[in-house]
Design a protein. Structure first.
Lengths: 506, 148
């Protein structure tokens, strides 16, 4: 009983914080701008948040986080809109939505597809919010007992998970992790005060800035890839004339109930796991629904379940990704790392203590997540016409605007020209990664965890006097490491690997 | 020996290169011991493991058939980089307006189509828009021109 009572009082505190006029406005701006940017081709959530981060510097901490969370959901949802309408996924998680969503739009059912995506996302968002509220406090309590070995093992698990669940070669993904860890420790070593890998540049003494790396790898390089393809000529057939009936039929809703609930469960699972995320959730949900369907042959020709399931799954995962981030202070993805970065900029040290020291921040954020999800539904259905208009802007007029936003966004973090030059460096790196087919997502996660990992490894081995078995003799740490090893073994087994590749191909 | 998969081979070569560079540079930092790690300990190990993984990738590229590297977009690479570098330098030396204009015009030049009239209108609109949003709205302290 106590648990439930404290849950309600916590949520009440949260809503009290979030429902102030000011915070509602921040939430609205975040969701609106997020969707706007998410609809634009070639900007994923990560680049969008990085671009808009400077706009939140002057806000109070709660407001800044609420706005960033709104941007995050908005970009996620914006990606789904473009997948359905123009067959252009804004980000990897909505690739699956393209398959049946675009077919539905071709059949003149774009309206129901968009509506069911919104409803599914809202349901998943609601469940995700409740889950964070319920699971947050006990997890944070547990995390307070974590020592250095536990943190180190947990981070190992997250990193390996991100490599295993990424698409493409696992060897490349693991190499990218090591490269990311190296980029992460550039700068002054906290223990010895020694500058490492700075090439004598004083601007690098504080390390590489996250915004710079993210913007280069995900923004700059993306534009290069798009220009290489000559995207103006790419298939951007708009299906505008066909959005007539917005609302799904009763039959649609009936057959989507199951997929939405199963998708939510899958998303909640993968989202909570650090390193996994929306993309793998969406793919798994699609594969599952195809198996469960009475008529699987309909998948690929516009089955509404193929939109409902993955959309719910990716939103649930996006939501639950906040669980490890907020309770353990360990970001599960690049986007979450940016949220943590925003916390740090606001002067709050992320970790389990946030919940007890700044309850209004934690619960306010949770309440605003739900409000943000509700706003998305209300905002998006009537505004679809506007998003469609935006899609008609040719890319050659779009990307210079994106360049300006990126430039100012990067420069405004430190007012340092070196940051701009480094963005160019990482942009070109990102383009090369793209060429040799190395996914940057594991790298960026490792980049954030680099200094934390070194610190915890150092501390763990200092306490154990150099005895590495300490990672296996402490039960929680051992559990994380065994899970990591299992993940690796499972992925190396050839038949499971084949299945994974199949899932990605579908 | 022939490279069968250019993608894998060059990815591997890149990791070997970064790994060796890390090991080489980390020699300047005290290594310490396992119980008392110095600043060189972690990067050296990262470099060693990464170089090994990269070597494995190279071997894989020599053995198994795979994709070739596609064409490189040299023009956009040069023009976008140049645009950014000029922007970064000019925003403090020549002011916001010229820095932004240089970025937009060089950036637009990287595209497939370039129409002067369109680019000039776009430049003016974008400068006014970003001035309104960032300098007027968010109060970022950048001078508009080189005089202050």
């Amino acid at each position: 009983m106590d648990v439930i009572a404290s849950l309600f009082s916590n949520l009440a505190l949260g809503f009290e914080t979030a429902v102030s006029f000011q915070n509602l406005t921040y939430c609205f701006i975040g969701v609106f701008v997020g969707t706007l940017v998410g609809v634009l081709p070639g900007i994923g959530p990560l680049a969008a948040i990085a671009m808009l981060l400077p706009a939140t510097f002057n806000l109070p901490p709660v407001g800044a986080l609420i706005m960033l969370a709104g941007i995050y959901y908005g970009t996620q949802y914006g990606g789904s809109t473009t997948s359905i309408l123009v067959n252009l996924p804004g980000e990897s998680a909505s690739v699956v939505t393209c398959i049946d969503g675009y077919q539905m739009a071709k059949n003149g059912r774009a309206g129901p597809a968009l509506a069911i995506a919104a409803v599914g996302s809202f349901f998943a968002g609601t469940v995700g919010t409740i889950l964070i509220a319920v699971a947050g406090p006990p997890l944070a309590e547990m995390a307070l007992k974590f020592g250095a070995p536990e943190y180190f093992s947990l981070m190992c698990m997250g990193l390996i998970a991100s490599a295993v669940l990424a698409s493409g070669s696992m060897l490349k993904a693991i190499s990218m992790i090591f490269l990311g860890l190296l980029f992460g420790i550039v700068g002054t070593d906290v223990n010895s005060g020694m500058s490492r890998f700075t090439f004598g540049m004083s601007g690098l003494a504080d390390g590489l800035s996250f915004v710079v790396v993210a913007m280069g790898l995900f923004g700059f390089s993306e534009i290069l890839s798009n220009l290489e393809k000559g995207q103006d000529k790419a298939s951007r057939e708009l299906l505008t004339n066909k959005i007539e009936h917005l609302y799904p039929t009763l039959h649609d809703i009936k057959i989507c109930m199951g997929p939405i609930m199963r998708g939510t469960a899958i998303g909640a699972f993968f989202g909570t796991l650090p390193g996994a995320g929306p993309t793998i959730s969406a793919f798994s949900s699609y594969a599952l629904e195809k198996k469960m369907a009475k008529r699987p042959e309909e998948f690929g020709t516009g089955a509404i379940q193929g939109v409902a399931g993955p959309e719910s799954a990716n939103n649930a995962a996006a939501q639950c990704a906040f669980i490890p981030t907020l309770t353990l202070g360990i970001p599960g993805s690049g986007t979450m790392a940016l949220m943590l970065g925003a916390l740090t900029i606001q002067g709050i040290a992320p970790g389990p203590q946030v919940m007890t020291q700044r309850p209004e921040l934690f619960w306010g954020l949770i309440a605003s997540m739900w409000i943000g999800n509700a706003m998305l539904v209300i905002l998006n259905l009537p505004l679809i016409g506007l998003w469609v208009k935006l899609l008609q802007v040719p890319y050659r007029m779009l990307f210079p605007a994106i360049l300006v936003f990126m430039g100012i966004g990067v420069y405004s973090v430190n007012n340092l020209d070196l940051d701009i030059y480094m963005t160019v460096f990482f942009g070109l790196m990102g383009y090369i990664f793209n060429k040799v087919r190395c996914e940057p997502a594991p790298l960026i996660l490792a980049f954030v965890l680099g200094p934390l990992m070194e610190e915890n490894l150092r501390r763990a081995l200092l306490i154990s006097r150099g005895d590495p078995t300490v990672f296996f003799t402490r039960p929680i740490s051992a559990a994380f490491l065994i899970a990591t090893i299992l993940l690796l073994i499972v992925m190396i087994m050839p038949n499971i690997r084949k299945k994974r590749d199949q899932a990605y191909q579908e | 020996m022939k490279i069968k998969s250019q993608e894998d081979f060059w990815a591997g070569a890149m990791f070997v290169g970064f790994g060796l560079l890390a090991i080489f540079m980390a020699q300047d930092y005290p290594f310490g011991s396992t119980s008392r790690m110095g600043p060189g300990y972690f990067p050296t190990w990262l470099g060693i493991i990464m170089a090994c993984l990269g070597a494995a990738l190279c071997l894989q590229g020599l053995r198994t058939e795979g994709a070739k590297l596609g064409k490189w977009a040299f023009k956009p690479m040069v023009l976008l980089s140049l645009g950014f570098v000029i922007f970064g330098w000019a925003i403090d030396h020549l002011g916001f307006v010229i820095a932004t204009a240089a970025l937009i015009i060089l950036g637009a030049g990287a595209g497939t189509e370039f129409k002067w009239k369109e680019v000039i209108i776009m430049t003016i609109v974008l400068i006014i828009g970003s001035w309104a949003l960032f300098i007027y709205g968010l109060e970022l302290p950048y001078p508009l021109f080189w005089w202050r």
